[in-house]
Ligand binder design. Structure first.
Ligand SMILES: NC(=O)c1ccc[n+]([C@@H]2O[C@H](COP(=O)([O-])OP(=O)(O)OC[C@H]3O[C@@H](n4cnc5c(N)ncnc54)[C@H](O)[C@@H]3O)[C@@H](O)[C@H]2O)c1
Length: 332
């Protein structure tokens, strides 16, 4: 990848979160000047410890992306916006649909309006989600698959994604969107299942408690290690081919959840898992089997995931074993 990021001004929304903080670390290696904006709302994934090793090399601004005045100030003069801030919990989007709407849809539109007014020359990379496809009609799911979100989060992320594509098409503000699949690795929220079930699985394993797998455990999923997700964001930002495009991420290493739990136990060298009935509120928004076709981003941008589950899960386990005190309190 040609280094288009050297000395460039980069804004990462959600920069204290899981993917944002890993992206910041990668961009520093390219010599970028980075500002992270994050609200640090406790129920979301932001964690100041995520940037502990780079805190002296980045600028941190604790603001809410719903604050139009803060965003106007932050977006002026920026070359790249990696727009990652979001409410990520599917269940929470059903319990508090308004906050999900405000953050994942309305604030995205407001950000784009600010860009149009004060900085139309920037390039935006938006983190979308595979959740907006809903229950797959066929596998692997490609970008032509019908979009039928099964929860409020999927609808609002879809709106957020399409505002970006619309502003690209109508106003020429270069923007693209990546539909992320399950992403995991150091820095993800593990204290509960708000961000991903894999997070709480890691916690349970480290606490020597059984992993709980919902249903029959036969659901198929694909996973990306965070470094692979970061490399897709960097490639999308660096290319003019990506403008106006929506890309799936994914992996050809497809696995049943029960087998994933067993793999994790194997890597850990100890532990157990049990099948438990799906809680009704989760069953209602479950998407069944899912894995992506990611041929489009492979052919357009040359992206392929490189880190296998074995290595990625081992890295993740080691990280949380060493750093768990920064991610959960034993009594919580
Ligand atoms: N991790 C995944 O598996 C996955 C899958 C699909 C899509 N995504 C998308 O990728 C993006 C990053 O996800 P992540 O996994 O790093 O989650 P994360 O929760 O760790 O990061 C999101 C960050 O956004 C911040 N944030 C939330 N609301 C905000 C607001 N109003 N103002 C400012 N900051 C706010 C949070 O504090 C958090 O740090 C999200 O937009 C998410 O929808 C992630």
């Amino acid at each position: 990848m040609i280094n288009c990021y050297a000395n460039k001004k980069i804004l990462i929304t959600g920069g204290l979160g899981f993917i944002g903080s890993n992206l910041a670390r990668a961009l520093l290696a390219y010599g970028a000047k980075i500002t992270l904006v994050d609200s640090l709302i406790p129920v979301y994934g932001g964690n100041i410890f995520n940037i502990d090793d780079i805190k002296d090399k980045v600028t941190v601004n604790i603001s809410d992306i719903r604050d139009q005045y803060a965003m106007t100030h932050l977006l002026k003069g920026v070359d790249f916006l990696f727009n990652l801030a979001g409410q990520t919990s599917h269940l929470d989007s059903m319990l508090d649909p308004k906050s999900d709407l405000e953050i994942n849809a309305a604030a995205q539109l407001a950000i784009l309006e600010v860009c149009r007014k004060v900085n139309p020359a920037l390039k935006i990379i938006f983190a979308s989600t595979r959740q907006l496809y809903g229950k797959p009609e066929y596998l692997p799911v490609d970008e032509a698959h019908p979009v039928r979100p099964v929860d409020v989060n999927g609808i609002n992320k879809l709106a957020g994604e399409w505002y970006h594509i619309l502003y690209n098409n109508v106003y020429g503000i270069r923007a693209c969107a990546l539909r992320l699949t399950n992403t995991y690795g150091p820095g993800m929220r593990v204290k509960d299942a708000r961000q991903t079930f894999l997070g709480i699985w890691l916690r349970l394993l480290i606490e020597e408690k059984p992993i709980k797998v919902f249903g029959d455990g036969l659901q198929l999923r694909d996973f990306n290690y965070v470094d692979d997700c970061v490399s897709s964001l960097l490639l999308a930002g660096a290319s003019e081919n990506s403008n106006g495009k929506v890309y799936n991420l994914g992996s050809s290493e497809v696995i049943r959840l029960k087998d994933l739990a067993e793999l994790l136990i194997d890597i850990n060298g100890a532990g157990s898992c049990e099948l438990v009935p799906f809680p009704a509120e989760r069953k209602n928004i479950d998407i069944g089997d899912y894995y992506s076709n990611f041929d489009l981003i492979s052919s357009d941008l040359g992206w392929r995931p490189k880190v296998g589950l074995n290595v990625g899960l081992e890295n993740s386990l080691n990280y949380y074993r060493n750093n768990y005190k920064h991610y959960w309190v034993d009594s919580e």
